[in-house]
Design a protein around this ligand. Sequence first.
Ligand code: PEP
Ligand code: MN
Length: 361
Amino acid sequence: MKKKLKIKKENRSWLDRLKINKAFLIAGPCSAETEEQVLSTAKSINNLKPNFFRAGIWKPRTRPGGFEGVGEIGLPWLQKIQKNFGLKVATEVGNANHVEKALNHNIDLLWIGARTTVNPFAVQEIAEALKGTDKIVLIKNPVNPDLGLWLGGIERIKSAGIKNIGAIHRGFSSYDALYYRNKPEWHITIELKKEFPNLPLIIDPSHICGRRDAIFETSQTGLDLNYDGLMIESHMKPIEAWSDSKQQITPLELADLIDKIVIPQATSHKKTFQLKLDVYRNELDILDSNLIELLNDRMSISELIGNMKRKENVAILQSDRWGEILPILINEAEKKGLNQEFIKEIFKRIHVESIKIQRKK
Ligand code: PEP
Ligand code: MN
């Protein structure tokens, strides 16, 4: 039987040890562009005492022709940042060659990008190259909403004996992304936390949002969901950035964000708080079991309808009726102040299940 991988609590120590700011913070430009650019950005960001300064050296672009990173020549620039400001540095690696070069230049933290996590060959190659290192390695979610691939990437790095690991949530691409560049799909990270409760989880609001104006709100949502920290892209002149210019913020805007952000405590030990919480939770438990009861009753009726339709040789799916009831339900839900999308999703799911039950012989 395959041994289940566990992330032990002590493997979070790298994170706790470094939690010197309000939140664990990795900040810096999307890409290292010139030596002057990274040094001046680091100087500004250093005032915020981030845990790590980030800069992409190798940039995986979706299509050729974009800026693909300065490559190896940028690594000594990051070393200068370590030396001049005593700031730890982080960069993205996409293959074993990048790992080797980054380790040779003593980069403190390496992350695996979303376009790499999708590829088990690449992740395995990186894992092998990392063997024996005590550097921090963070695994971004894959571009597509596939928890298995993300877990697989984490397991490969863990299996190589890397102790200081964590995950970065950067959102998932979708064909109809409107508000977000990459939809957060928060439920996926909730599932990830279930699998690896002790794995440090960092939110990357820059790549989720793809736009400056949503970064604060998304950072706060992450922290409200008990994420451990933030990775935020910051550039001295965002509109002139060579990559991801729409989502970068200036160090000043970053300072403002850090100032405004609220870090919730994991829990409160106040007696009145706990007592009241328990009362509400009991009510939720009762309502949840009522929901199950109602769904069960609903499905029993679906089964009866299914039998009737079969006897009469009537088609199971009656699109007209479904087309009529859905707007009525959404309207009713809206009047009560419930989110329309949420209700639509739930009833779509109930309808699919109901059809399945009606088809059962
Ligand atoms: C990045 O961090 O600049 C980057 C390329 O991110 P992602 O892998 O999330 O697209
Ligand atoms: Mn970027």
